[in-house]
Design a protein. Structure first.
Length: 557
């Protein structure tokens, strides 16, 4: 859909649930028909569906696609900006936190756009049933996607499937189970309406496999493991998607539109761009390094023998990045390597560095060590960092993947493990992810009990899907946030790694990493709070509580 990206073309007024005023969608052109007559023909239907997709492009002024910064509210990431995500990670959200209502309203605005199409598609004349079905399937999928995000953040929310008048805007919360029941059925309908694929000119649109993959994700949220396994198996058995050979290129321009991607947000130079490079690039490369990974994520990657770093003989604390799962260096820029054409070193004594983007290479002041606002953890995200954007850090058109085949495989493996069906297909799914050609980690052997396999698949999700916005959902549904979130958030050692004398962290079955004995040698980015009776959910924005008297606030706020 790179060549189909359009301005919002929905005209008229759409009433959003539980909001204080009508949300007016932009009109284009200015003489577009009102909502009383809109959707009268196939052309208007296409414009309306594109208007629903338009709600996917949601970025902040200092980052890229918001899904990709959600991990900064978890144990594996951090956001230096004073933002909603920062407050969430610190355990300091309140109903009045800045940005909270904007995110709630954004998600419901997408739902309202989808509801507008579904409510009024009966007006369309002259369109084939195939066209109508594809339109319905796409907006059902998008509506389900936004509801899955609402549930991740707030739990039960009002399930609004038709647009309402102001007088009807007092809507109570539905339970998570009620919402999941609805979405699972609706995604079945969507899958039946959607095609297996689209032509090149329609890239970026949802397919039946997008719908079934999302169904597997939502089913896991509700512990519907049989449903999650069946939905994931549907995608696997179809054989239309496969893992990309290169893990690193998957998140670069070379990886756009490959067979691993089931759904992505399309960007295009001059039309839809984002500033993610500025947020994640190193200081030497002109970035702000505001979104960064943590020490606990770095230490979660296994060694090449498949053992964790507290167990493997291959791990050397003085050379901690050697003999590690290749995904570590394909996901994270670590000290000592070349990143975006610059020598990357974050120890404060490394006052000079090399710029290899010119010939011959030249010595430069090392901003990654001397600038006070360089990465606070000593690491940078390499995912979505493409050197193509070095001269266009504030106008990147790199797509963001929202659903990919590796997640489907891990959804399947997790669901089978929770069902205690640890059979050959279960192992094949997780091992396919581990043995991608550019990764080639040792396969998981048969014979492990459920508890051991649960630890393995959860660690696999943590490292495979890092920075893709799923970690928050995972630690909440596994009920381990209360273990991984509170306390110091660590970055790299304060001195060169060679002063760490054979000291290793200890990693428990939930992936909680303890640095007892040498925590004082690590840098502390911040100290976080987590109230298990409150922080598994975000507070409903106070503005929504004031408007909709039927809403009940989440506990503890």
């Amino acid at each position: 859909m790179k060549n189909l990206i359009v301005t919002i073309l929905l005209g008229g007024v759409i009433l959003l649930p539980a909001l204080s005023c009508n949300k007016i969608l932009e009109k284009y052109p200015l003489n577009a028909p009102s909502d009383v007559t809109f959707l009268s023909n196939e052309q208007e239907l296409n414009l309306a569906v594109n208007g629903v997709y338009n709600n996917l492009w949601y970025t902040t002024s200092v980052s890229g696609q918001i899904e990709y910064i959600m991990d900064a509210a978890t144990d594996i990431g951090w956001d230096r900006n004073s933002s909603l995500i920062t407050a969430a990670g610190q355990g300091l959200l309140t109903p009045a936190t800045s940005g909270l209502s904007a995110w709630w309203e954004h998600l419901y605005s997408g739902i309202a756009r989808a509801n507008f199409v579904l409510d009024n598609i009966g007006r369309v004349t002259g369109a084939s049933q195939d066209v109508l079905d594809k339109a319905e399937g796409q907006v059902r999928f998008l509506r389900a996607y936004w509801y899955s995000q609402l549930m991740t953040l707030w739990g039960g929310v009002p399930l609004v499937v038709h647009n309402q008048e102001i007088a009807q805007s007092q809507v109570p919360r539905n339970s998570v189970d009620e919402i999941i029941d609805f979405l699972l059925k609706d995604l079945d309908v969507a899958a039946g309406q959607l095609p297996e694929s689209w032509s090149t000119g329609d890239r970026g649109r949802a397919t039946r496999y997008s719908a079934m993959a999302l169904k597997s994700r939502i089913a896991l949220m509700g512990a519907r493991y049989d449903v999650a396994a069946a939905a994931a198996q549907y995608v696997i058995d179809a054989g239309k998607h496969s893992l990309n050979a290169s893990y690193e290129q998957l998140f670069q321009y070379k990886g756009e539109h490959n067979k691993e991607i089931l759904f992505e947000v399309e960007y295009q130079y001059g039309t839809k761009v984002h500033v993610m490079p500025t947020a994640i690039f190193s200081r030497n490369a002109g970035g702000n390094s505001t979104k960064v990974p943590t020490q606990s994520l770095v230490d979660s990657y296994e060694c090449i023998d498949g053992l964790t770093i507290d167990q493997s003989p291959y791990y050397d604390p003085k050379k901690p990045f050697e003999n590690r799962d290749p995904r570590l260096k394909q996901t994270i820029a670590v000290p000592g390597e070349i990143f975006l054409g610059y020598q990357f070193e974050t120890h404060k004594d490394s006052t000079k560095s090399w710029n290899y983007n010119v010939t011959p290479a030249v010595r430069i002041t090392n901003q990654d060590a001397t600038n006070p606002y360089a990465t606070f953890t000593g690491y940078c995200w390499k995912k979505t960092a493409d050197a193509t954007d070095l001269t266009a850090r504030n106008s990147s058109s790199l797509n963001f993947i929202l659903i990919r085949y590796a997640e489907v495989l891990l959804n399947y493996a997790e669901a089978k493990i929770e069902l205690d069906q640890i059979d050959a297909p279960c192992l094949a799914a997780i091992n396919a992810v581990r043995q991608r050609p550019s990764v080639n980690m040792p396969p998981i052997a048969a014979g492990k009990i459920q508890e051991a396999m649960r630890t393995i698949v959860r660690r696999e999700r943590k490292v495979e899907l890092a920075m893709e916005g799923l970690r928050l959902q995972d630690i909440r549904r596994w009920k381990i946030a209360e273990k991984v979130m509170p306390g110091p958030l660590y970055g790299r050692p304060q001195k060169p790694y060679n002063y760490i004398n054979q000291q290793r962290p200890v990693i428990d079955n939930d992936g909680v990493i303890s640095y007892t004995g040498y925590a004082d040698k690590l840098s502390v980015v911040e100290t976080r709070l987590f109230n298990a009776g409150r922080d598994y959910l975000w507070p409903i924005p106070q503005s929504e509580m004031d408007i909709n008297k039927k809403l009940v606030q989440n506990p503890g706020y």
